[in-house]
Design a binder for this molecule. Structure first.
Ligand code: HEM
Ligand code: HEM
Length: 184
């Protein structure tokens, strides 16, 4: 199995970025679901700290992923797709990329506004993105939440499309994002 993409399939590195980011994003939603219902205390703060660290990891991985994408070919979509379907696929992918940047950045801005530094696993502290301003914290929270809701919608469409390709159109669009699968 190749590390780099070909015109037929995603290579191991692109697959690794894709599925690791998916796993971390699921972890983020699970953590948020748990800490949202917790009373304010050390346990809740510890969970939010972990949420921030994992979120910044998504941001760092998204940057590396885009750099890798720039130096690779992107597999071509099957010829059978109509023009509007191709456009929709590109639009969805662009939105997904935008959201995996915008969500962590909005969280980082929220922390900067609240004057709570973003410590990265005790290794270093991310600099504040904006000056502190407590009056804007609630707005930034709403933005963070809305962006995560938008992600859920776009991912929903993305997953439906992937499953449609696999089970109805029976092409190799899903398989080429999976390791250990040879394209047809
Ligand atoms: C891919 C990355 C991320 C995802 C998917 C994500 C997702 C979420 C979700 C679903 C919530 C609950 C929203 C609600 O329903 O109220 C939340 C809350 C929160 N997130 Fe994130 N987040 C991410 C990254 C970050 C980052 C990087 C930071 C900070 C550096 C951050 C800081 C926070 C904080 C402080 C809250 C709690 C807000 C409150 O007090 O209610 N998040 N996040
Ligand atoms: C948080 C969830 C997800 C995000 C953020 C995400 C993001 C992306 C992005 C940005 C691409 C474009 C890759 C590129 O060309 O550089 C992509 C491709 C792909 N994703 Fe996802 N994805 C998610 C979940 C899933 C899931 C759950 C599935 C499977 C059911 C899936 C299946 C695929 C497939 C098959 C492709 C390749 C499409 C093609 O060949 O054109 N993704 N994903």
């Amino acid at each position: 199995m190749q590390y780099r993409n070909t015109s037929m399939r995603y290579g191991l590195v692109a697959q690794f970025f894709h599925w690791l980011i998916v796993a971390l994003i699921i972890t983020q939603f699970v953590l948020a679901e748990i800490f949202e219902d917790m009373p304010l205390g050390l346990e809740k703060i510890a969970m939010i700290v972990r949420h921030k660290e994992i979120g910044m990891t998504v941001l760092l991985l998204a940057i590396l992923r885009l750099i890798w994408r720039y130096f690779n070919t992107t597999p071509v979509l099957p010829d059978t797709l109509k023009t509007y379907e191709r456009r929709l696929a590109h639009l969805t992918h662009t939105l997904l990329y935008l959201l995996i940047f915008a969500i962590p950045v909005s969280g980082w801005i929220m922390s900067s506004l609240a004057k709570i530094p973003v410590d990265y696993f005790g290794l270093f502290v991310f600099p504040d993105l904006v000056s502190p301003d407590k009056s804007l914290v609630d707005t930034s929270k709403v933005v963070h939440e809305l962006l995560t809701k938008a992600l859920l919608i776009v991912v929903g469409l993305h997953v439906i499309a992937a499953l449609k390709h696999h089970f109805f159109l029976k092409d190799d669009v899903l398989k080429r994002m999976l390791p250990f699968h040879k394209p047809d």
